[in-house]
Write a protein that binds this ligand. Structure first.
Ligand code: THU
Length: 145
């Protein structure tokens, strides 16, 4: 299912609004993200930083974990929008691309910003050779010692 141009524009706008909830006192770089699922629902998130800097989370991963922990099905995401109040759009970091690879592998990824410039890609284009969970050994069951 392909999102319409109107849906993508609305998703970028949802990401813009979501950036308002960012907790980013260290970088002062608010980022918003919004996911569109196959049921037409929108799930948002913003970056949440911590004084222990590496514990901070990007907006994309906050939105993805928000969606998954509130009932969105894995691989139900049609699109992901990212928004920053910058002259050029922000492309997701490598860690977020890997999480998208597992949770939203078929999604279109659109980054918007304060100008008309956009990055319009897919998870597969952004991370063509991500680590795939199918390579892991089977998880142990209760019967295993
Ligand atoms: N950040 C995101 O939330 N998403 C991105 O795609 C790039 C970076 C956040 C992480 C950190 O809170 C701040 O932006 C500066 O790197």
């Amino acid at each position: 299912m392909t999102p319409t141009d109107e849906q993508i524009d609305a998703l970028v706008e949802a990401a813009r609004a979501a950036a308002g909830a960012a907790h980013c006192p260290y970088s002062r770089f608010p980022v918003g993200a919004a996911l569109l699922d196959i049921r037409g629902r929108t799930w948002t998130g913003a970056n949440v930083e911590n004084a222990s800097y590496p514990e901070g989370l990007c907006a994309e991963r906050v939105a993805l974990t928000h969606a998954v922990t509130h009932g969105a099905a894995l691989d139900s995401f049609l699109a992901i929008a990212v928004w920053t109040d910058t002259p050029r759009p922000t492309s997701p970091c490598g860690a977020c691309r890997q999480v998208m690879h597992e949770l939203a592998p078929s999604a279109r990824v659109v980054s918007g910003c304060a100008t008309d410039e956009r990055i319009d890609a897919t998870v597969a284009v952004l991370l063509p050779a991500g680590f795939d969970p199918s390579l892991l050994p089977p998880a142990p069951t209760d019967g295993d010692a």
